[in-house]
Design a protein around this ligand. Structure first.
Ligand SMILES: Nc1c(C(=O)O)ncn1[C@@H]1O[C@H](COP(=O)(O)O)[C@@H](O)[C@H]1O
Length: 164
């Protein structure tokens, strides 16, 4: 049976403000996930253990958010062949450009799917993870269709100038 649980990890609990957008999106779709702090820099042994046991523990993919020298997604991808979805968390000094470049520039052979900096990237990583699960789940695919339809409806009903 195909795995149906998502791993949601981040380098620090200070990333939660951004990464909770991913958690909310997964909750909205009723997708099972586990969330925890894992850091390549601060908890390297935990990172190795988390990534190397992820598949046998029934995870389908891992969403990983990190800021600054964001090595977490890449190091997870080094230790598992599950899909790793990287979210660049905005950093104080460089606004997340450092996070983005740290995540996106992986060497050939060890892929990380990289999303936009910030909340939208976190939400989209969750939606992408859901669409991976929906490859084997028609009910979930139908929920994604409904989500898109609601979004279209909302855009079609937008008026200008916007009401504040
Ligand atoms: N980029 C990483 C990694 C990692 O890549 O393993 N571990 C922590 N961090 C990042 O450090 C930033 C500051 O963390 P603190 O707020 O705890 O000092 C966070 O954005 C975290 O993702």
């Amino acid at each position: 049976m195909a795995a149906t649980k998502i791993g949601l990890v981040m380098g620090s609990n200070s990333d939660w403000d951004i990464m909770q957008s991913a958690a909310e999106q997964l909750e909205q779709f009723g997708v099972e996930f586990e969330s925890r702090v894992v850091s390549a820099h601060r908890t390297p042994d935990l990172l190795f253990d988390y990534a190397s046991t992820a598949r046998e523990r029934g995870l389908a993919c891992i969403i990983a958010g990190a800021g600054g020298a964001a090595h977490l997604p890449g190091m997870l991808a080094a230790k598992t062949t599950l899909p790793v979805l990287g979210v660049p968390v905005p950093s104080r000094h460089l606004k997340g450009m450092d996070s983005l470049l740290s995540i996106v520039q992986m060497p050939k052979g060890v892929p990380v799917a990289t999303f936009a900096i910030g909340e939208a990237g976190a939400a989209n990583a969750a939606l992408y993870a859901i669409s991976l699960l929906a490859l084997n789940d028609a009910a979930l695919a139908a929920k994604l269709d409904d989500f898109r339809a609601a979004q279209t409806e909302m855009a079609l009903n937008m008026t200008l100038p916007p009401e504040l």
